[in-house]
Design a protein around this ligand. Structure first.
Ligand code: SAH
Ligand code: SF4
Length: 394
């Protein structure tokens, strides 16, 4: 069955930051949490604020992980840090590089679970697609990640850790003495479009993105971060006020009947509820426009009528429509619409006054394209029959 009627807060395995007997990992702590942690370890109240800023700069701007290398801290203070804390990233198990330059990292997190992170180089930017959960509870019928049974939320450290391990691989930490703000950015954009539903892991995603946006953190503008949701309506307003990044929504259907099948969360928050929440987003978050993602599925949601209905539905919302040719995976019950169909669909939307770019699949040869992510070791998979039954396809 789908999880469309499941509560928002779900019982995931919570991995404690402090492993039994091990030192505490500072990665991913909010400023406040780090501040309090330093005080608990013996830092004076007077110094804690300054130390927090210094540590953030070392960790997130310079990529330093050994306290001994933090040269503006006294020897005694470095010893205290070494005794109590570590700065550790999730482990990269493997890296694959596509013929088009896309890099896919298989990343192991605490407990031995794995997620995927994808770096997509383009001429004017480099985008990192990061995961927020192991698997996904939401079983969208066209998405490979949704067929993975196992789910756990990533911690904020595991989320921001993906940005840092990609920067390690790209060799993107600034040289000593160089202002990080002036460093050319190979990793200039973040999209929360990997495995998982980011708004089902709101606090960890928020805390990690705060680090990504902070002037003493990774220093990316909030307009360079896009969070994609399948439509967790109650959390959309919070995303505007508490994160303020750009929003993308997995729309994919223009009637409740079709969207119920493609994106089962629609049974809980239907098109009307979703569109109401989206209408307020640009105002509240002060961002320009919402990206409507629309996967092109042959004979399912790709007619001219669908395109006209889509335009009607989004009327009044500052928007762009990103058309995603369906990326196949083994057992998928759908096919990609033809190029002609996709172009005709795009044209209708464009003529109605909306940008309607067709997303070019990247990293297909290494199975890194949208919706194909799924950790290779995660074998527990639903059968074709189960997938088709959930999608309401006989
Ligand atoms: N869970 C979030 C973010 C991850 S999915 C969400 O659903 O928005 C990132 C995007 O890829 C979504 O728009 C999703 O609908 C799309 N997608 C999933 N499977 C796909 C596939 N097989 N082909 C093309 N796009 C797909
Ligand atoms: Fe989850 Fe997004 Fe895939 Fe749906 S499209 S199953 S919400 S990852």
């Amino acid at each position: 069955m789908t999880d469309a009627s499941a509560p928002i807060t779900q019982d995931f395995v919570t991995i404690p930051r402090k492993m039994p007997d091990g030192p505490l990992n500072l990665l991913g702590l909010t400023r406040d949490a780090l501040h309090d942690t330093l005080i608990a370890a013996g830092t004076s109240e007077k110094q804690a604020k300054m130390r927090t800023g210094q540590l953030w700069q070392w960790i997130y701007q310079k990529g330093v992980r050994q306290f001994d290398e933090m040269t503006n801290l006294s020897k005694e203070y470095r010893a205290l840090l070494t005794e109590n804390f570590v700065i550790t990233l999730p482990e990269v198990v493997s890296k694959q590089v596509s013929v088009d330059g896309t890099r896919k990292y298989l990343v192991r997190i605490a407990g031995g679970h794995e997620v995927e992170t994808v770096y997509i180089p383009e001429t004017d930017r480099g985008t990192l697609c990061i995961s927020s959960q192991v698997g996904c509870t939401l079983t969208c019928s066209f998405c490979h990640t949704g067929t993975q049974k196992l789910v756990r939320n990533l911690t904020s450290g595991e989320i921001i850790g993906q940005v840092m391990l990609a920067r390690d691989d790209l060799g993107e930490w600034p040289e000593p003495g160089r202002n990080p703000a002036n460093t050319a950015r190979l990793l200039s954009n973040i999209v929360l479009m990997g495995m998982g539903e980011p708004l089902y892991n709101f606090e960890n995603v928020r805390d990690a993105m705060k680090i990504a946006m902070d002037p003493e953190g990774i220093q990316l503008s909030r307009r360079r971060i896009t969070l994609s949701t399948s439509g967790v309506v109650p959390e959309i307003a919070r995303t505007a006020t508490e994160i303020g990044c750009l929003l993308a929504v997995s729309f994919h259907g223009t009637t409740d009947e079709v969207r119920d099948k493609l994106v089962p969360i629609n049974k809980r928050w239907n098109l009307e509820a979703l569109l109401d929440a989206l209408r307020d987003y640009p105002k509240v978050s002060n961002s320009e426009r919402i990206t409507f993602e629309y996967v092109m599925l042959k004979g399912v949601n790709d007619t001219d009528e669908d395109a006209h209905r889509l335009v009607e539905l989004i009327k009044g919302i500052p928007a762009k429509v990103n058309l995603i040719p369906f990326n196949p995976w083994p057992g998928a019950p759908y096919q990609r619409s033809s190029n002609n169909r996709i172009n005709a669909f795009a044209e209708i939307i464009y003529k109605a006054g909306y940008a309607s770019p067709v997303r070019k699949p990247r990293g297909e040869d290494i199975f890194a394209a949208c919706g194909q992510l799924k950790s290779a070791t995660e074998r527990a998979r639903k059968s074709r029959k189960e997938i088709a039954a959930e999608a309401g396809i006989s």
